[in-house]
Ligand binder design. Structure first.
Ligand code: FES
Length: 101
C-alpha cells in the first residue's frame, strides 16, 4: 500500500469532485464539507465518470444513468451491494493524500 499526493489543498472546492489518475487507476476524489472521499472513478454500470456526478449528502449520482453510491462505502444505494472500491484519503499540511491498496 502506498500513499500518493493527489491534489493541492485548494484544488477541489467543497461540494465537488475531481477525476484523478493514480498509479494507472482512475479514481474519483470528492470533497464534502470537511471530509474527503475516494472511490473507483468508473461507474459499475457502464463506466460513467463518477467524479462528475452530483453529490447529495453522503451520496453521489452517476451522471450517465443515475446509479447512486454511498461515498463512504462504495455501496449502490438501490441494491445495498458494494460496487466501487474506496480508498483512504487524508488532508495533510501539504495537500490531499490517497492510499492505494
Ligand atoms: S454508467 Fe453510471 S449509471 Fe450508467
Amino acid at each position: 500500500m502506498t500513499w500518493h499526493r493527489v491534489a493541492e489543498l485548494d484544488e477541489v472546492p467543497a461540494g465537488q469532485g475531481k477525476e484523478i489518475l493514480v498509479a494507472g487507476r482512475i479514481v474519483a476524489l470528492f470533497h464534502v464539507d470537511e471530509d474527503w472521499y475516494a472511490l473507483d472513478g468508473m461507474c459499475a454500470h457502464q463506466g460513467g465518470p463518477i467524479a462528475r456526478g452530483v453529490i447529495s449528502g453522503n451520496c453521489v449520482t452517476c451522471p450517465w444513468h443515475g446509479w447512486q453510491y454511498d461515498l463512504g462505502s462504495g455501496c449502490n444505494l438501490l441494491s445495498g451491494k458494494k460496487m466501487l472500491d474506496c480508498f483512504p484519503v487524508e488532508q495533510r499540511h501539504d495537500g490531499i493524500w490517497l492510499e492505494l491498496v
